[in-house]
Design a protein around this ligand. Structure first.
Ligand code: ADP
Ligand code: MG
Ligand code: MG
Length: 339
């Protein structure tokens, strides 16, 4: 019998449009002889759009406001064998939707509440990964309250990391709200921006030299496998939103142009991180490789990485011999095996 899949896309985060693009690719790729797929687009306001508006959003890449309350639709999701929450960022990749599906008793693709929530928060991720000895840059946590009550104190702490450093909202993605701070004059704007988006902000030392950006895909539940290592190159100060999403600005290299033993080390560290964070199904684990010193530093773990046919995660597994269609089918199987 065909499996009935509910594909969730869009969502309330700044990565709404990215999610719509990914969902269109997944919808086209899931083998029709095995899966019966119903897409539902979640508006930026968090409402679940009815079929006509969902189709329109997927076709145009933009969604209208309106739609149902979340809980109303979740109840009707009981008619599905599995949910594919192809949502990025807060209210999608952070354990909230995963909690709803868990309560409703419906299997879903990807990490559960714990793995999703911990991996979404850059501070929690760093704390957990430090406990298992995974190398990372030096960092600090600052709360919005600290900034409101004593901004000078927050700045005095941050400069101890040395310029330049990075200021990031702890729970976002796609480089939204991230600043590279080169001098004292840039501090106020960076913190104001990050705190306008999150209560928790991470301040990170920059790698000792401009890093090479390398990424690994992980696939599986309790016996996960790692893809080959991929690399992104670009001509910009750092991998910001514009560089990520402007066609032709960043180049993908698979395999990464790094020594074989470094790639092997990166794959092992990625698997270790996936397990330590209790991830499931899939994750893209991103690293910095500092060629000058040979350092490998884990940057972040994305539990629902970009998923268009040209995105890094599916491309990495394609290089390992798994086609896009086979990959999405495997992810649904992993969701059904998870319980
Ligand atoms: P996001 O989750 O939004 O992708 P990242 O933490 O991956 O945020 O940061 C986005 C980009 O900023 C990275 O890909 C890298 O180019 C740059 N960057 C972030 N932190 C550092 C750092 N500590 N040292 C050097 N570059 C960094
Ligand atoms: Mg991210
Ligand atoms: Mg990133």
């Amino acid at each position: 019998m065909k499996k009935r899949i509910l594909l969730l896309a869009g969502g309330q985060s700044g990565e709404h449009e990215v999610s719509l693009m990914s969902a269109r690719s997944v919808l086209n790729a899931l083998p029709r002889d095995r899966f019966d797929v119903t897409p539902v687009v979640i508006s930026k306001q968090g409402r679940w759009l009815p079929p006509t508006e969902t189709t329109k959003a997927l076709e145009t890449g933009k969604s209208a406001p309106g739609g149902d309350l979340v809980l109303h639709r979740a109840a009707s999701a009981e008619g599905y064998d599995a949910v594919f929450p192809l949502l990025h960022g807060p209210m999608g990749e952070d354990g909230t939707i995963q909690g709803l599906m868990t309560l409703a008793g419906i299997p879903f693709v990807g990490s559960g509440v714990l793995g999703s929530a911990v991996s979404m928060d850059k501070v929690m991720t760093k704390q957990v990964l430090a406990a298992v000895g995974i190398p990372q840059v030096a960092w600090q946590l600052a709360l919005r309250r600290d900034w409101q009550q004593n901004p000078q104190g927050v700045k005095d702490e941050a400069v101890k990391l040395g310029f330049p450093f990075f200021v990031k909202p702890a729970n976002l993605g796609s480089s939204v709200g991230i600043s590279k701070v080169h001098n004292e004059g840039e501090m106020d704007r960076a913190f104001e921006l990050a705190f306008s988006l999150d209560r928790r902000v991470i301040v990170e030392a920059m790698t000792s030299h401009k890093p090479r950006e390398v990424e690994v895909g992980i696939l599986g539940n309790d016996a996960p496998i790692a893809s080959p290592v991929g690399e992104l190159s670009f001509d910009a100060d750092f991998y910001d939103y514009e560089t990520k999403y402007t066609e032709g600005v960043a180049q993908m290299h698979i395999p990464a142009r790094i020594p074989g033993e470094v790639a092997e080390n990166i794959r092992e560290l990625a698997l270790k991180a996936f397990k330590a964070l209790d991830c499931a199904g899939l994750a893209r684990v991103d690293f910095f490789y500092v060629a000058e010193t040979g350092e490998v530093l884990l940057n972040e773990v994305n539990t629902m990485p970009g998923f268009t046919t040209t995105s890094m995660y599916p491309k990495l597994f394609e290089a390992a011999g798994l086609s896009y269609g086979e990959l999405v089918a495997r992810l649904v199987e992993l969701a059904l095996e998870k319980r």
